[in-house]
Design a protein around this ligand. Structure first.
Ligand SMILES: NC(=O)c1ccc[n+]([C@@H]2O[C@H](COP(=O)([O-])OP(=O)(O)OC[C@H]3O[C@@H](n4cnc5c(N)ncnc54)[C@H](OP(=O)(O)O)[C@@H]3O)[C@@H](O)[C@H]2O)c1
Length: 330
């Protein structure tokens, strides 16, 4: 099969397309012919040795994807050849080979059927970002509907998932995006405010003009933006720390947390059991259906253009960036 390999951890520049033997599914596993794979910043972090996993080399990146079951290992129940499945959880693309290939092996227990009414493209990149957003929204206990939720990096995969789920839960959502056309789209989606984090007035727009204080912030960006986000929190406000696209936080003053009894907590989408992932996914689907939201696909790149797809992701997408591996014919 054709697969995108990295032979070292020097970064995405190490990606190269190669011909490798077709993988063979073991007990409890199936072979999927990948239709679409989704890109995530975690792929880059893993390639740059910034992720706490060191898979054997050469390694195939790619955490998310959807495809047709074309081979069954032994002891596999509840699935048949020709079924279309997406990856719900597991170590795909992390400690084992991922989806930037024509075929991938996945444990049958780590698969789920794509939701009805979604395109294959929508389903192929949804799971990781919606489960992350769900964890970020629920990890502090029940937030009363009508709470103010702030989402940074709101146009990205986790960002849009967070905005949609927060709106579906009945919260008032403030989103941050650096691009005007994306802020417009976020307002059309239902955000109360969509603001530019590069504009020093954004906090005044929240606190003084709109007279709002944030109850829960979902931070995908980090860097110098995190202290600004903390400044907008209400008493007992919380921050779910998801990503750090803008790097580490310089000059962090812990005293900013004391007087309003603020709390920060890390999100780890991979640190859940299979049962927890299934339950969370069911809740995600129910919320999306109730609110009439579906995943947003930014773009689909041909299989031989993965490096260009990663360059596009780094510019800041509006939704998910996908790779078409072997799209279904007809
Ligand atoms: N903790 C976990 O379990 C977990 C799970 C999934 C993802 N993550 C992490 O969460 C972060 C977001 O993931 P994602 O899939 O949503 O990423 P994404 O699809 O690439 O989107 C991120 C968004 O953030 C903004 N952004 C990008 N680079 C930025 C920068 N340098 N400074 C400020 N804003 C920037 C962009 O929005 P604008 O251009 O509109 O401003 C972009 O659309 C990543 O760091 C990822 O590794 C963590």
């Amino acid at each position: 099969m054709r697969a995108w390999l990295i032979n070292d951890f020097s970064g995405l520049g190490a990606l190269h397309l190669a011909e490798v033997p077709d993988p063979v599914p073991g007990p409890g596993e199936v072979l999927l012919r990948v239709h679409f794979a989704a890109l995530n910043p975690a792929d880059r972090y893993l390639a740059e040795k910034l992720y706490p996993l060191r898979p054997p080399l050469p390694h195939i990146l790619g955490r998310d994807g959807l495809g047709t079951v074309v081979k069954l290992g032994s002891n596999v129940d509840g699935i048949k050849l020709g079924d279309v499945r997406m990856i719900l959880r597991g170590e795909t693309g992390g400690s084992r080979a991922g989806t930037f290939a024509e075929y991938v092996i996945v444990a049958v227990n780590d698969l789920a059927a794509p939701p009805e009414g979604w395109t294959e493209e929508q389903a192929s990149g949804a799971v990781l970002v919606y489960l992350t957003a769900h964890q970020a929204l629920t990890m502090w206990g029940n937030l009363p509907p009508g709470s103010v939720v702030l989402v940074t990096g709101a146009s990205g995969g986790v960002g849009i998932a967070s905005v949609q789920l927060a709106l579906a839960m009945g919260h008032r959502v403030i989103s941050l995006s650096r691009r005007p056309e994306k802020r417009q789209a976020l307002e059309q989606m239902g955000c109360l405010l969509a603001l530019d984090p590069a504009n020093p007035a954004w906090r005044t727009q929240v606190k003084t003009q709109a007279r709002l204080r944030v109850n829960l912030a979902i931070d995908n960006v980090g860097g110098t933006l995190l202290p600004e986000v903390i400044d907008t929190l209400a008493d007992n406000g919380v921050v779910s720390l998801v990503g750090r696209l803008a790097g580490t936080v310089p000059d962090f003053n812990t005293a900013t947390l004391f007087f309003r009894r603020l709390r920060l907590g890390g999100v780890a989408v991979g640190a859940t059991t299979r049962d927890e992932s299934i339950k969370a996914w069911e809740q995600v689907l129910a919320l999306l259906q109730q609110a009439g939201f579906k995943p947003i696909v930014d773009s689909v790149f041909p299989f031989d253009r993965l490096p260009q797809a990663f360059e596009h992701l780094a510019q800041g997408p509006m939704g998910k960036v996908l790779l078409a591996a072997t799209p279904p014919r007809g």
